[in-house]
Ligand binder design. Structure first.
Ligand code: CO
Length: 147
């Protein structure tokens, strides 16, 4: 019995060490209102994922703020329509919504925001769009999130 549970324990450690795959996505934004990527792609084998946004410019976040928001592509129009100054810079000018699947902090030049993505919110092969929710930025600062 003891032998059996030790064996099961060893097997569990072995299985979890080969199946856990931590993934990292990096993207940066500039003072020219641009992201350096139009596609953020996660390997389908990822079991956890972090997203890191870096602002490589120098302008303050209330002037040239950037964040990364991920939504289902079919929700993109309704979410950008809800962007409002009233929601405040600290919320990325977006009211809380279940349509927002991931959102980094809104940052200014020289700053970094890292978040863990909740992969249970995403379906492999579905269409997702990422964008910056600073008012007016989404027209240029957007791309596809692929999983
Ligand atoms: Co922006």
């Amino acid at each position: 019995m003891l032998f059996k549970s030790i064996f099961a324990g060893i097997l569990l450690v072995f299985v979890s060490s080969i199946s856990a795959k931590e993934c990292n996505l990096d993207i940066s934004g500039t003072d020219m209102m641009q992201f350096d990527k139009t596609i953020l792609e996660l390997d389908s084998g990822c079991t956890s994922a972090n997203l890191t946004l870096k602002h490589t410019g120098a302008l303050a976040k209330n002037i040239m703020g950037h964040n990364v928001v991920i939504v289902a592509t079919e929700k993109f129009d309704s979410v950008i329509a809800s962007i409002s100054m009233d929601a405040g810079l600290d919320n990325g000018y977006l009211a809380e919504s279940e349509d927002v699947l991931a959102k980094t902090a809104m940052i200014g030049g020289g700053e970094v925001s890292e978040i863990a993505l909740d992969l249970s919110k995403f379906e492999k092969g579905a269409s997702y769009t990422f964008f910056c929710s600073f008012p007016g930025h989404y027209a240029i600062m957007k791309g596809k999130f692929v999983i």
